[in-house]
Design a protein around this ligand. Structure first.
Ligand SMILES: Nc1nc2c(c(=O)[nH]1)N[C@H]1C(S)=C(S)[C@@H](COP(=O)(O)O)O[C@H]1N2
Ligand SMILES: [Mo]
Length: 412
């Protein structure tokens, strides 16, 4: 076992060390599956069995979607255990396979350049010296639950575990930009991390935000997650946090911030991650003549976490249903539960409010009235008044699923 002090505590003790290097060897493994454990994700329309893995550095048991670059999904029962997702069970997604397997926290520099008065090269100690902010926020992949799209669309065939909720600690992007001095005429800010494409002419992963969004005082550069330094695979030593927005914008291993005086034309901002400009990003399969716009804010979702598809419930017995809900880009106003396939609904009790960008726990007791098959449903209404819809959306990217999920159970 290798024990390492964190750079957060080291920033006081000043010892020299590499971080993340404990996992360097495991990242290169070719068959990191736990051969004997397979999970069934109940995805329609395709193979849905996945191996579990514990082979990735700083990570516990996760569902292996792909090894290189890593796509690791959080097993759903983790969301029943706490409102904050533990770092070692937090999902992982990278676009390109060339990911540093160690980061030297002493030589690391964040460069801030472009349309600014003064180019900055900030060490982690420089960043730690800026005012500290903390926020609980959900990091959700745009394609979370893509595996439920019918007809199926290409991409990571995730179940519902390409999301997680954490307490992020770091600094305001605004404070960093103010130190550089953004010049008049700035339009966007582009973020780039230390990962690289496998082939040189493939587009490096970068994302941009509009300048006003970047300076809204909420967008953060996080150096800690749930009170610990970021796991290597979740973006050590620094990542962008864009509260309420899909995680494609949450650039990991961030080491380059560029202020632009022209709209960003790079592939990942201009071409990838586009959704139909229609209500709920919904179109009919095959529909053409649709205008596409960049994906942005999240929409409300909710899940039952303590009862699974296919479970047997006891007729007439007082039964606890509980789970998580989130409003997307605003808080949770209410959560309603149905134990009869949506014919009748009851309002659930809500747990502690950790802020509008966090998961919110809900719970309620009910008595399954009749024997036979039954469908449990849960619906979140956000504090901005958006409610989850009854029917699934569809788009070719498999983005932004937020239909009311259905859990079929047997009452006996
Ligand atoms: N540098 C870098 N940052 C990135 C990505 C990437 O490929 N490279 N992928 C983005 C996408 S699409 C997702 S879903 C999230 C995943 O965050 P996680 O791995 O911490 O869960 O990281 C985002 N940030
Ligand atoms: Mo993503």
């Amino acid at each position: 076992m290798v024990t390492e002090k964190t750079f957060l505590s080291r920033s006081l003790s000043c010892r020299r060390q590499f971080l993340g290097s404990a996992g360097a060897a495991t990242l290169a493994l070719t068959s990191p599956a736990l051969a004997d454990t397979v999970v069934k994700l109940l995805l329609p329309g395709g193979p849905d069995e996945r191996p579990m893995t514990t082979a990735f550095p700083q990570k516990g048991a996760l569902i292996l979607q792909r090894a290189r670059p890593p796509l690791l999904e959080t097993p759903f029962e983790v969301f029943d255990q706490s409102v904050l997702t533990p770092n070692d069970r937090f999902f992982v997604r990278w676009h390109w396979a060339v990911i540093p397997t160690a980061v030297n926290v002493d030589t690391f520099r964040l460069t801030v350049h472009g349309h600014v008065n003064q180019t900055l090269s900030l060490s982690l100690n420089d960043i730690l010296a800026l005012p500290r902010v903390e926020l609980v926020a959900i990091n959700q992949c745009s394609g979370n639950s893509r595996g439920y799209f019918q007809p199926r669309v290409p991409g990571g065939e995730w179940s519902h575990g390409a999301m997680g909720n954490a307490r992020w600690t770091g600094v305001r992007l605004k404070d960093v930009l103010d130190r550089a001095g953004v010049k008049a005429g700035a339009i966007q800010v582009r973020f780039n991390g230390m990962d690289e494409p496998v082939v040189p002419d493939a587009p490096d992963f970068m994302k941009s935000l509009d300048i006003d969004h970047a300076r809204d005082g909420e967008v953060m550069l996080a150096y800690a997650m749930n009170g610990e330094q970021l796991p290597l695979l979740n973006g050590l030593p620094l990542r962008l946090i864009v509260p309420g927005w899909y995680s494609t914008y949450w650039v990991k291993m961030l080491n380059d911030v560029e202020v632009l005086d022209q709209p960003d034309t790079n592939y990942w901002t201009k071409t990838a991650y586009m959704i139909p400009d229609t209500p709920r990003a919904n179109i009919r399969p095959g529909e053409t003549d649709v205008k596409f716009v960049p994906i942005s804010r999240m929409v409300p979702r909710s899940f039952i976490t303590n009862i699974k598809e296919g479970d047997t419930l006891q007729v007439g017995a007082s039964t606890l249903a509980r789970g998580i809900a989130f409003g997307g880009d605003s808080g949770v106003s209410r959560v309603d539960f149905s134990s009869d396939g949506g014919k009748s609904w009851r309002e659930a009790a809500l747990g502690t409010d950790e802020g509008k960008y966090s998961f919110r726990q809900w719970q309620l007791r009910f008595n399954p009235p009749t024997m036979g098959g039954q469908v449990l449903m849960v619906r979140c209404t956000s504090s901005s008044g958006a409610a989850q819809p009854d029917t699934p959306n569809w788009n070719p990217g498999g983005f932004m699923r937020n239909v009311i999920e259905r859990t079929a159970v047997v009452v006996a």
